[in-house]
Design a binder for this molecule. Structure first.
Ligand code: ZN
Length: 159
């Protein structure tokens, strides 16, 4: 985009809004702006399952299993590498409970997260994320089975 004295701010904004999906330097401030496409991975579903099971163990009488802050350092394994699990918040499947627990590393599965895990709802296949916040979602949706990548036995989760 050629910036001239006649270029308006709204033109520049529109340019960044369109180009940010491939990556663009903002003509106003030169900051690099890129929206990243994310999808839910097998590792993230494993994390969601672990989070749900630990929440149920922590509060056995709490039949729903949601809204319970879990110290995610209890969850170990290959699927925890890279800390990608926290991206599940872009679909509102988990929520950060660090403030509530007064310590970092606490997450809770949401009611939506549980419904997705148990195969009751689908979620958008893709989230487009800018600086850690979702910008938009795909119309196409996926089930937990799709995200897991192979047959997933929901029955295993039921206590
Ligand atoms: Zn800018």
């Amino acid at each position: 985009m050629d910036i001239t004295p006649a270029t308006t701010l709204s033109q520049a904004r529109r340019y960044v809004e369109v180009e940010r999906f491939t990556g663009v330097h903002c003509p106003c401030c030169d900051a690099f702006v890129k929206v990243y496409r994310r999808k839910i991975t097998n590792s993230q579903v494993r994390f969601l399952r672990d989070l749900y099971q630990l929440a149920r163990q922590a509060v056995p009488s709490f039949h729903a299993g949601t809204g319970i802050g879990v110290d995610v350092r209890q969850i170990t394994g290959q699927h925890m590498r890279g800390g990608d699990y926290s991206k599940l918040r872009h679909w509102e499947l988990i929520e950060d409970h660090s403030d509530i627990e007064g310590a970092s590393g606490y997450w809770a599965i949401t009611a939506k997260g549980k419904a997705f895990l148990l195969g009751q709802i689908e979620v958008p296949k893709y989230a487009w994320v800018l600086r850690d916040a979702p910008v938009t979602y795909s119309d196409e949706t996926i089930s937990v089975h799709d995200a897991w990548g192979f047959a997933f036995d929901v029955g295993e989760l039921m206590v």
